[in-house]
Design a protein around this ligand. Structure first.
Ligand code: ZN
Length: 284
């Protein structure tokens, strides 16, 4: 099952396009995409039937349609640094024994096709798999971890490196939370859509074709079940929460010479089986 947020309304993908969830469900679900997480099991059950039903008008988004984040108002956003060995190495660090966890504040979320105004500083890309929590979960085990996941989506953990690395102790959250620094989407895809949800190609490139990052999620140091175990050992995970799972090698700050995003560039981020997120970079 694949859902999206087009102009603030929850839509469900069907073979012939998207159907508006509020209209198709007679008001039981939608239009707010965040509302579906209040009863994710009920929603997925309804959606499976609605997908197969021929009734109801489907729409195809036009070229100009903006896609909002499929999860617009999560209660918590977890993000994990240094979770791919090649990225740890390019950062000149040792493999972590515990996940390096920080947050991105919710006001940094944006969607597919939305422009990102670049603040002053050195803004870097980080292509990431983003896990969306579907069921409340505290002290999960590896065996049950995936059952708490509503779906997967594509994310960028945009990072202003000067602010990220300023201060007497590491504090990643603020430098990664300017408005638009958490593009998400275009769709949320449920785990059953993948042959192996632990092994997906991910990457990003500039629209002119230069590939910046390319790896597979199977290269994570702490995989998705392990992150759910370690995070939920401390914090209960709530339906609709997000986990940015870390980025592979190829960030601009680790290059020689360093390379950062500039106005006019378009950042294109993809994950196999999920989709492609496109974000133009704009002047401040
Ligand atoms: Zn990151």
């Amino acid at each position: 099952m694949r859902v999206a947020n087009i102009d603030g309304r929850l839509v469900l993908r069907r073979a012939d396009g998207y159907i508006d969830v509020e209209r198709a469900s007679g008001g039981r679900f939608g239009p707010d995409p965040q509302g579906a997480f209040a009863d994710w099991d009920g929603f997925t059950e309804w959606a499976r039937e609605a997908q197969a039903a021929p009734e109801g008008e489907a729409v195809l988004p036009g070229e100009g349609d903006l896609w909002d984040p499929p999860v617009p108002r999560p209660a918590q956003i977890f993000a994990v640094g240094l979770n791919y060995r090649d990225h740890v190495a390019e950062s000149g660090l040792q493999d972590p024994t515990e996940p390096a966890v920080f947050t991105k504040f919710a006001t940094s979320l944006t969607g597919h096709r939305h422009g990102v105004s670049l603040p002053e500083g050195l803004v870097d890309w980080e292509a990431e798999l983003v896990v969306v929590v579907g069921r409340h979960c505290h002290r999960a085990t590896r065996e049950t971890a995936w059952s708490h996941v509503a779906g997967l989506t594509v994310g960028q953990d945009l990072s202003e490196r000067r602010l990220q690395l300023t201060g007497p102790a590491p504090q990643f959250s603020l430098g990664k939370s300017y408005p638009g620094f958490a593009p998400l989407g275009p769709e949320l895809v449920t785990p059953d859509e993948f042959d192996d949800p632990d092994d997906l190609e991910l990457g990003c490139r500039l629209e002119d074709g230069e590939i910046l990052q390319k790896s597979r999620t199977s290269n994570m140091i702490f995989d998705v079940p392990e992150l759910i175990v370690r995070l939920s050992a401390v914090c209960p995970l709530l339906p609709g929460d997000l986990i940015f799972t870390g980025t592979p090698a190829g960030v601009g700050g680790a290059r020689t010479p360093q390379r950062f995003l500039a106005p006019g560039e378009v950042l294109v981020t993809w994950i196999e089986g999920i989709g492609t997120l496109r974000n133009p970079m704009l002047a401040p």
